[in-house]
Design a protein around this ligand. Sequence first.
Ligand code: COA
Length: 224
Amino acid sequence: MASVQIRKYRDEDAEVVKELFTLGMSEHVPSSFTHTLKQPLTQMVLMCSFCALITSSKSLLLPVLALTLLLAGVRQMVVYMFNRYIDASLGKDLGSIGETYLRRKESCFWVAESDGRVVGMAACLPAENAPGCLELKRMSVRRSHRGLGIAKALCRTVADFTRERGFPAVILYTSVVQTDAQKLYERMGYTKTREFVVPELAAKILNFTLLEYKLDLQQNRERD
Ligand SMILES: CC(C)(COP(=O)(O)OP(=O)(O)OC[C@H]1O[C@@H](n2cnc3c(N)ncnc32)[C@H](O)[C@@H]1OP(=O)(O)O)[C@@H](O)C(=O)NCCC(=O)NCCS
């Protein structure tokens, strides 16, 4: 990995960390929209609306216009879901990183720096839903620096930290549309332990599934 240094977060990183997180999350809007279009419920609604309109109007123009509007509406719903999640995260832990991650010895926040510029980040803290484990959070790498092994280095940093603190495992959550992240975690020895739909109405309608992964540090299976 060329000239990349991983170091602890400092207060002056606040804005660039928020930017990295926002960019990393926003890039999943197109794949989430495609995921939504593949759902049987979405296809049924689109098909039924199209058939009903073409039968009642006896013209092609109205159903095509209505379908276009419906698709634009679905896309806006996806954008809304992502923006809500981003805003909530920026208002919670990412709005007070020092307070949330750097005050206790069992949590931490790291950034990856290349030529003096922050290009990646990851954090961990005690997992709410898995007592006795740490949770890896906020993994993101700037697009221009992907494929260089920065995320793998951040994963190792989190695993080493967790091991040193005496915890037996790291868990994390990612989503069905974050396919690069899934490959990364599987590459680093994590195994998928659970899949569940986000417990929110819009997510249920769109069948937006979260995946839970676990790295068992007592039988570390990272493949070289
Ligand atoms: C997922 C992400 C962090 C990977 O960052 P990265 O620095 O490019 O990852 P690395 O270069 O360390 O690659 C690590 C491994 O992940 C897998 N991987 C990552 N991107 C991949 C891609 N586009 N295609 C195939 N495999 C990929 C590979 O197995 C790779 O290891 P290998 O090259 O030795 O086979 C980055 O794509 C990202 O920031 N995405 C947006 C934010 C996000 O979704 N974060 C996850 C939150 S849960």
